[in-house]
Design a protein around this ligand. Structure first.
Ligand SMILES: Nc1ncnc2c1ncn2[C@@H]1O[C@H](COP(=O)(O)OP(=O)(O)OP(=O)(O)O)[C@@H](O)[C@H]1O
Length: 450
């Protein structure tokens, strides 16, 4: 057999088995190869796996394979140990960006001399190679799709700072991908085995936020019937993402500063400090400098948080990403099988490119979802777009109308959309426009996916 040939063995030693494996697996352009050890932890992750699953080798190696792949059937390769070989088994994996991918899986187990399971080599192919394919490498980073130079600059900063412990502050409008970027940073960092937890500081009242962040002890307040571990405790060893950090009340800013400086905090109602090791990534749509100048944000905390600032441009300033994201979303929806879109009418594309996208990528997701819900046929046309795309003068906004209590649910979504447009990325102005508090506006926006 060729593999036992001494000539082959000598050649393999000369070239290096790992290099041969890498080159060999690169030949499988439309599939992913990976290798697991006896514990099913990933040892090797091919470029094809990075491409297909949208997860870098750095983020995958060392993880249990069912965690990295988020298999819906999640029972493998336990079965593989008994079966020895699996051919073209249909499986569904879930990428880090949440998209599902139907694959065919072929795998072969290895056993040691005692007959114990010693690992496996696996090959996964998308069931529909065209629809399942991710954009070319370089345009996707942990599910973040972009061709925009400023976004790519941001991604380069993430790659560079991931290995360090530097605190990162992400600035960008709502829906520009701040949480995705924070998650990518976590996945690239040595903390990727540990939890990544996120909270929006604008979404809760100050007392709830304090309890959610720092936890509380039994009896701290009416209703505190047991000890509650806060996010800092639960994220210990990992990363905590604090979205809309500018909305953090001043008294909690002092508590956060203490965690950053002394790595400990006192839970609500507690009397002794709890030590934690958590990397903080914060995000805001505001200028923290301006907030500090206005006395709403502690300057010392601002300096602690923005050691590495990252800016994400709004979608209207990166038009080339609109086409890329559209194609990706269409591929994803095509996979679900309700409708297969293979082209976008030029006039619909024009409208999509000219639209100001106040809700950024989140709004683009919704527009495509709308098109699949209401439209039919292979061409995505103007009639498949939500009403605001078909209004003759989109820039003319209606006056700040209707308090929400009087609005019907359908009007509510429309009001939020108009408010976002009116606020042009400033959530405070948008909330004012809608006649709501920031927290209510944030909740309603999430509810309607805007
Ligand atoms: N570059 C991108 N590529 C692919 N998907 C993206 C990109 N940017 C954002 N998204 C998607 O858009 C949605 C909003 O992204 P995300 O929650 O990260 O934004 P955000 O800036 O944190 O918003 P908010 O501040 O309102 O919470 C998510 O569904 C995310 O998957």
């Amino acid at each position: 057999m060729a593999f036992s040939s001494p000539v082959f063995q000598r050649w393999l030693t000369q070239i290096g088995a790992d290099h041969v494996l890498e080159v060999m697996t690169d030949l499988f352009e439309s599939g992913a190869v990976f290798i697991v050890d006896a514990n099913s932890d990933i040892l090797f992750w091919s470029k094809g796996a990075e491409q297909l699953f949208g997860l870098s080798a750095a983020g995958a190696v060392g993880k249990p394979c069912n965690t990295a792949l988020n298999c819906d059937n999640g029972n493998d390769p336990c079965n593989l140990a008994q079966l020895g070989i699996v051919k073209a088994q249909a499986v569904r994996i879930r990428r880090p960006d949440g998209t599902a991918l139907e694959c065919y899986r072929t795998a072969k187990a290895f056993y040691d001399n005692a007959g114990n399971f010693a690992g496996a080599i696996e090959y996964l192919q998308p069931q529909n190679p065209e629809a399942g394919a991710l954009p070319p490498a370089g345009e996707s980073f942990h599910g973040i799709l972009t061709r925009d130079p400023k976004m790519q600059e941001a991604i380069q900063i993430i790659r560079n700072v991931a290995a360090t412990e530097a605190t990162v502050l992400i600035r960008g409008e709502s829906g520009t991908g701040k949480e995705m970027v924070a998650h990518a940073l976590h996945l690239e960092s040595p903390r990727h085995y540990q939890p990544f937890l996120a909270i929006n500081c604008a979404a809760l009242t100050p007392s709830l936020l304090e309890s959610e962040l720092f936890g509380h002890v039994k009896g701290a307040f009416t209703g505190a019937v047991r000890n509650h571990a806060g996010l800092f405790q639960r994220a210990n060893g990992g990363t905590l993402f604090l979205d809309e950090i500018a909305e953090l009340p001043l008294e909690l800013q002092a508590k956060l500063l203490r965690v950053l400086q002394e790595r400990n905090f006192i839970p609500v109602g507690g009397d002794r400090p709890v030590s934690v090791d958590v990397r903080i990534i914060a995000a805001t749509h505001r200028s923290l400098r301006e907030e500090a100048k206005a006395g709403r944000f502690r300057e010392d905390l601002m300096y602690r948080l923005r050691v590495v600032p990252i800016f994400l441009p709004p979608l209207r300033e990166r038009r080339q990403d609109i086409g890329l994201l559209l194609q990706h979303l269409i591929n994803r929806h095509n996979l679900q099988g309700h409708r297969y879109v293979d082209r976008i009418a030029p006039e619909a594309m024009r409208l999509l490119l000219d639209y100001p996208w106040p809700g950024n990528v989140r709004e683009l997701n919704n527009v495509v979802e709308y098109a699949y819900a209401v439209g039919r046929g292979g061409e995505l046309g103007i009639a498949d777009l939500p009403p605001e795309f078909r209004e003759p003068v989109r820039s003319r906004l209606p006056p700040p109308v209707a308090r929400l209590s009087r609005a019907q649910p359908a009007d509510e979504a429309e009001l939020i959309r108009q408010a976002l447009q009116a606020g042009a990325g400033n959530l405070e102005q948008a909330a004012q426009y809608a006649g709501m508090s920031r927290a209510t506006f944030w909740r309603k926006r999430k509810k309607h996916g805007l």
